[in-house]
Design a protein around this ligand. Sequence first.
Ligand code: SAH
Ligand code: SF4
Length: 424
Amino acid sequence: MNVYDSERMTSALGARGYVETTSPEDADMILLNTCHIREKAAEKIYSELGRYKPLKAAKPDLKIGVAGCVAQAEGPEIMRRQPMVDLVVGPQAYHRLPEMEEQVAKGGKPVNTDFPAEDKFDHLPHSQKAKRAPSAFLTVQEGCDKFCAFCVVPYTRGTEVSRPVVKIIEEARDLVDRGVVEINLLGQNVNAYHGHHEGQEWGLARLIRKLAEMDELKRIRFTTSHPNDMDDDLIAAHGDTEKLMPYLHLPVQAGSDKILKAMNRKHTAAYYLRLIQRIRAARPDIALSGDFIVGFPGETEEDFQATLSLCREVRYAQAYSFKYSARPGTPAAEQTPVDEAEKSDRLSRLQALLTKHQTEFQQSMVGKTLPVLLEKPGRLDGQMVGKSEFLQAVHMDAPQNLTGAIVQAEILHSEKNSLAGRLR
Ligand code: SAH
Ligand code: SF4
């Protein structure tokens, strides 16, 4: 979502003549896209801003902006803490960036953290018909109504809104016309999608099946899903829709029912495990990925053991895990925290197990021939990097004119986060 939002900001500022640069020294404007999900992520922006102080001193015209969920949550407070900031913009207001930039040019210090009353998706940038990279994100849904006890998303991203089917198809058509062959449908709660179409309500599976009819579109993915919104149709789609890739990110957060309840996740560990069985029955080779929080208030060693045991049962191909971080304004922030050293210890034990499973999954690819979508040049000369159907990065020697092609690659070697292969 953050990568996608950065693209939107770049595209919106194109209207004022801006183009992207990778070097802060070259920039006329520096926009920090910030994340508020954990305290560490939010605090990082102040140290990052400090690094730009000399640049601003040397070039007073340099505009500095803070965007994203920290901007949404802290608003004008950011300018109080760091007066060199010229603009603050929340995720709901990126379409306003061109006029905000104009205000800054006239000496203003605009802050926009409004939730728009009108359809914010209508303001998504329209295509300039420029060619795109082979894989693209397409937002189908934004926001979340689930209010997990630890999470700021419902506060920073607002309530759940689904885009109408026709708008999504229009945008998908445009992407495909510009060379996109893989679309990753995006939403904070993507499988809660319920878009309107000709008086009916479409779920995510129906939308995926419709998009799969586009000949030039070869691969469809979606992220991120909630276990309670995995309906029968979506499970079935994993078995019957060839273009839907065999990879599912399905965060569970914890394996103890007591903790799941305290987190307000509204399902049990047994429900989740049964769900995984049903998904695997539909698509036996599916690669599963998850998110975990350790040290949620009230989590005992026994609760933590339940998380480890759930992981052993699922054997995730990939996973993200975090220490619980109290977020102001969320219900869990009021509760007694778990000891910090204990949290660190649990995190390293969980990560050791997750890494073991991930390494085994990566290793199991060696010797196989996999279809790989080539996306961009690799680090070494003559190398290209692409993705397997299971979302693994795969490097191989290949000519650049194969960008956007799905090739067959024999896997020679595996690392924790990538594979090395040879063109077949
Ligand atoms: N909608 C997704 C998650 C979005 S947030 C879902 O429901 O699963 C991404 C991940 O950040 C979460 O899955 C969670 O593991 C982590 N996270 C969110 N709030 C957190 C907090 N307060 N402390 C630690 N990790 C957190
Ligand atoms: Fe946050 Fe995900 Fe829970 Fe929504 S479902 S509140 S985004 S963790």
